[in-house]
Design a protein. Sequence first.
Length: 315
Amino acid sequence: MTTAEKRKKVIETALKEVGTTENPPNSNKTKYGAWYGINGVAWCAEFVSWVFNEAGIPLGKVDDEKGYRYCPSAYNFWKAHDQITLNPEPGDIVLFDWTGDGKADHTGIFYKDNGDKKTFTAIEGNTAIGNDSNGGTVMIRKNRQYAAVKAFVHPAIYDKETLLLPPISGLKKGDKGSTVTELQQKLKKLNYVLSIDGEFGMETEKAVKAFQKENKFTADGIVTPQLMGSIDALLLPKPAPDKFITNGAYLKKGDKGINVIILQKALIKNGAKLKDDGEFGDETKKAVIAFQKKNNLKADGIAGPITLGALKVKL
């Protein structure tokens, strides 16, 4: 197949899956996880891996032989292999960073640019209106913000008949330095027993192998960039829907960015009719005022800690 034919096949395959849901609901169990071999976990990456495989152009080993299961690890892998692109085309992979913390939280397939220089359309697994990263459904998301993208990926398999990428070196026994210290600190946070001394000795190797075994990786004791990304993925804060703590932020007309998108999504979830375009304009101000009036708050159109708290928004 030509590159264009491969891209078309990926899009066609993904579109056929739109509407597929978890079974049973809220279980994270899907045919994508069953195929991947790790079912019952967040499955946006497994969905993308399945689509490429079903289209006849498997991604090859990223996290595992069938593709990728974690977004941070996949980003590290593709960056190391120079597959990041600033000009996505239909069929490329998108990695989202919802909170602006530099970590990839969610993934999907780039479908098309929307022509407004701000938004694009993507096909994503495990998403829903109001729950971007764990919604349980395959959907076409029509107003994704470029501002919320960690990276776009141009998979090398589009340009090759077979994918043979050179191995990536990693941290291993005998290494020393701040990167080893960082690794040790992360493993410590995951409750592995080891000293934080910046030296990759027997103790650190044992902790690394334990992590690999528990998470179904090859237990070779070598920490590649993608394994480090897998560790990062397990350290990402878990959603806590019953605890909403703001940082004292105030959002008002004229503001732009990811925090405005988060606000707009919360307003939409509460019945507002507006676009989540990341710009706090007149429509967003009207929606804030309407929400404030409905909830007996000071109706000034400024989303401060009290309004954000009522919206259950964490910034």
